[in-house]
Design a protein around this ligand. Structure first.
Ligand SMILES: Cc1ncc(C[n+]2csc(CCOP(=O)(O)OP(=O)(O)O)c2C)c(N)n1
Length: 546
């Protein structure tokens, strides 16, 4: 058996059952071996899309996914998606064929590429070690929560492995939960017992039912309010004390209540410039505590008064075990009433700026929230529009929202939604895109159709790079480089086999309701011509982050 086949089989034995990619000569045998061993392979139309599909699949399923690419350009095409995955600490395995001869057209320093974006480069080096090296790659992806590039040099792939090479191939043991120290738990409990107005802000490290339950139980005990970072949107869905997302997307009431807190506890949450609005959401005399099982994450974005190394769920449970008397904290009838009435953006009054031929993105988003089934998984691209779907489309839980925005790239939204959809086939996938991001990622409209996904793509089409238009326009700069003549994106989508509707007014959304009614035999693209009168509320916040 050749190394290519043995590595492919070993990876499937190690639990890698979902592979995305674009197949060329260098990864042909490896990918086929994985399929033969039982893995599902999704052929994307661009490696950039494939990388983000794998990332989103891993985030939504909680398993390790793989990306399989050809040497050289196969890998360079994937780099933006890999940067996003590496920054987000997605456990992802990138299987890249490799040429080692610099005279080859395909040569590029693949190890350096991986390092440049924060991925971990590893290599298969010999027939005797190939399987063990592949298993190490899976182990490190899982245990270090990293995006790992496993380079597979072509000459090594073609060697014969020794007999019995696959004997020890098995999934890595699960990552052990980090137990917090007793002293840290005591300090946390004391801070909670002292607090009058606590708020818990949950991030990526809280995205599991166990962690959510433990945080909610502790919050109940101390009368804390609950919020999330954008990547954990949906975690506390349905909890009457949930403030939804803290940070740039926060509604005025959410921002006010976080700012009014005397204790902010970040649970598996970076408390970065987005979630804390560059620190503006932290009152000068507030105590800030942070819990993370990775000590390097503690205090990485801001000074914290109390840093606890520990697994989120375990730490919350330990803190509950040692808690004093239950407290009402912030759970007063006044606050309950305010949350029920004003925490959701869609409940706030606004001036609808829709015209006869362009729809206000808020009006569009609210209408879609009503029309589209609640059991949905929403993927969001980047751009001026992005706050609208993120905040107006409610999601059933944290796995109903996939936010690949750690690198703030445009063009990843469609692939994000495809990956998330495959991880949650029980939910309606909704891709929210700007016209710029939609056209950048358009090649994988083909993948949606080929996979038979009942996906809805909503394009907030303002005929331009709205983020730039609204940032630079008011100062009178020329905008020719960022404005475009209208593109009929509905026609583009029809070419890929979608049903498509152009929406200019609320009435046009009837076609969406008809599609929802069934049979949904083709995916749907909504080319929504949105008003371009001004930037969205969170845009200046985004530019402050540059
Ligand atoms: C790959 C990449 N290129 C360029 C940018 C800079 N950029 C940020 S937002 C944006 C405009 C996106 O336009 P569109 O998708 O139509 O959304 P809109 O801002 O109009 O809502 C651009 C070009 C980026 N973030 N990522």
């Amino acid at each position: 058996m050749k190394v290519a086949e043995a590595v492919g089989r070993a990876l499937v034995d190690a639990g890698i059952t979902q592979v995305f990619g674009v197949v060329g000569s260098g990864n042909f045998h490896l990918t086929n071996a994985m399929v033969a061993a039982g893995a599902r392979f999704v052929a994307a139309r661009h490696e950039g899309g494939a990388a983000t599909m794998a990332d989103a699949y891993a985030r939504t399923s909680g398993t390790v996914a793989a990306l399989s690419v050809h040497q050289g350009p196969g890998l360079t095409n994937a780099m933006t998606g890999l940067a996003e995955a590496a920054k987000s600490r997605t456990p992802l395995l990138v299987l890249a064929a490799e040429v080692t001869e610099p005279r080859s057209n395909f040569f590029v320093d693949q190890e350096a590429l991986a390092r440049a974006v924060g991925a971990l480069p590893l290599r298969v080096t010999s027939a005797g070690d190939a399987v063990a090296e592949a298993l190490t790659a899976v182990h490190r992806a899982v245990h270090e929560r990293r995006t790992v590039l496993l380079n597979l040099p072509l000459p090594v792939q073609a060697l014969d492995v020794p007999d019995g090479a696959l004997d020890r191939a098995a999934p890595p043991p699960p990552r052990a939960a980090v137990e917090p120290t007793r002293a840290d738990v005591t300090a946390l409990t004391q801070a909670l017992d002292r607090a009058r107005r606590p708020v818990f802000v949950a991030g990526r490290g809280s995205r599991s039912p166990g962690a959510r339950d433990a945080i909610e139980a502790l919050a109940d005990h101390h009368g804390a309010l609950l919020a999330t970072s954008a990547v954990a949107n949906g975690l506390f869905h349905g909890n009457p004390w949930s403030l939804d997302v803290s940070g740039g997307f926060a509604s005025p009431l959410t921002a006010e209540l976080v700012r009014d807190s005397d204790l902010i506890v970040g649970w598996g949450c970076a408390l970065n410039m987005w979630t804390m609005r560059h620190g503006q959401l932290i009152a000068p005399d507030a105590t800030v505590a942070q819990i993370d099982d990775d000590p390097s994450a503690l205090g990485a974005h801001r000074d914290v008064h109390l840093a606890v190394t520990g697994d989120v769920e375990l730490t919350a449970r330990r803190a509950l075990e040692t808690a004093g008397e239950p407290r009402r904290g912030r759970r007063t009838p006044d606050i309950a009433e305010a949350i029920a009435a004003r925490v959701r953006w869609r409940d706030l009054a606004y001036d609808d700026t829709s015209t006869r031929d362009r729809i206000d993105p808020r009006t569009l988003s609210i209408a879609l929230d009503d029309i589209l089934p609640a059991e949905r998984v929403v993927g969001v691209d980047s751009g001026n529009f992005m706050g609208h779907p993120s905040m107006y489309l409610s999601v059933p839980d944290e796995n109903g929202f996939c936010f690949t925005q750690a690198f703030q790239s445009i063009g990843l939204g469609l692939a994000t939604t495809i990956g998330a959809a495959l991880a949650r086939p029980d939910r309606l996938p909704v891709a929210a895109l700007g016209d710029g991001g939609a056209l950048m990622g358009a090649a994988d409209l083909d993948t949606v159709r080929r996979l038979g996904l009942p996906l809805v793509a909503v394009v907030y089409n303002d005929d331009g790079y709205g983020a730039e238009v609204h940032h630079f326009g008011p100062d009178g700069h020329p905008l020719d480089t960022v404005e475009f003549p209208p593109t009929d994106i509905a026609a583009v989508a029809r070419g890929y086999g979608f049903e498509a509707v152009t929406v200019r007014t609320r009435t046009d959304l009837k076609a969406v309701a008809d599609w929802v009614a069934g049979p949904r035999s083709a995916p749907l693209l909504i080319d929504a011509k949105v008003v371009k009168d001004r930037g969205s509320w969170w845009l200046e916040e985004a530019f402050r982050g540059h």
